[in-house]
Design a protein around this ligand. Structure first.
Ligand code: HEM
Length: 206
């Protein structure tokens, strides 16, 4: 279980932060807006605290927009129909494995205006959130088996991204420009150590 938590929690959050940075680097206007908001709240003479991110609506919108376009678990976890079901005109026999395409839902033109564009502004003044109540945005799933790490992920994403933006200015390397940055997706498992790290937990001496 501990191993599952590490896997489910680290690959998902780190790839979301990577996508957010890539999207912001492709859109310097959004990058500037996010940095300006952070600088305005934190100033220049103290550390950024977790609670600061609650006062950053644009940063929150960047996280939502990133998870809309780049849900790290695009098909959620598989379901199985426990009985024969008719869903929106489709007959689903008992025991059928069912996948929910959260990636497709996040880009559905019936639900989103200009769906493929990265526009954090669409969430400003909107009540749509990813807590499982708004079915057009379900990067963490919904219902009884939705992500148990949501509240931790929520904190890590906001704090991690805010810190990266607060402490550093970012530029693209390798002669890349916002127009040429590659956004191709790879679905797979993270690159891991060939020989797994084996560590022994010991009680901390105080
Ligand atoms: C950006 C961050 C994350 C995203 C987008 C994400 C997404 C998801 C999704 C889509 C599911 C399946 C939900 C469903 O099928 O309805 C899931 C399940 C799960 N997640 Fe996350 N997750 C994230 C971070 C985390 C973190 C930080 C942890 C733990 C530390 C975690 C632990 C789990 C576990 C244990 C499950 C299985 C829950 C169950 O089957 O009852 N996740 N997550």
């Amino acid at each position: 279980m501990v191993q599952e938590m590490f896997f489910a929690g680290s690959e998902t959050t780190s790839s979301t932060i990577e996508w957010a940075m890539a999207e912001l680097l492709r859109q310097p206007v959004s990058m500037k807006k996010a940095k300006d908001e952070i600088n305005q709240i934190v100033g220049l003479n103290r550390k950024l605290e977790e609670s600061d991110t609650e006062k950053m609506p644009f940063l929150q919108a960047v996280v939502k927009e990133t998870l809309r376009l780049h849900p790290p678990v695009p098909l959620l976890l598989p379901r199985k129909a426990i009985k024969e079901t008719n869903f929106m005109g489709f007959d689903i026999p008992k025991d059928t494995q069912v996948f929910v395409n959260a990636w497709g839902i996040g880009r559905d033109p019936d639900a989103w205006e200009d769906p493929s564009a990265f526009k954090p502004e669409r969430f400003l003044g909107s009540k749509i959130d990813y807590k499982g109540q708004n079915f057009e945005l379900i990067p963490f799933g919904s219902g009884r088996r939705m992500c148990v790490g949501l509240s931790l992920a929520d904190r890590v994403l906001h704090l991690g991204l805010a810190k990266l933006l607060y402490h550093f200015d970012w530029e693209l390397g390798d002669g890349l420009t916002p127009e040429t940055l590659d956004m191709t997706e790879r679905v797979g498992i993270a690159v891991r150590k060939l020989h797994p790290l084996k560590v022994i937990p010991k009680k901390r001496s105080v």
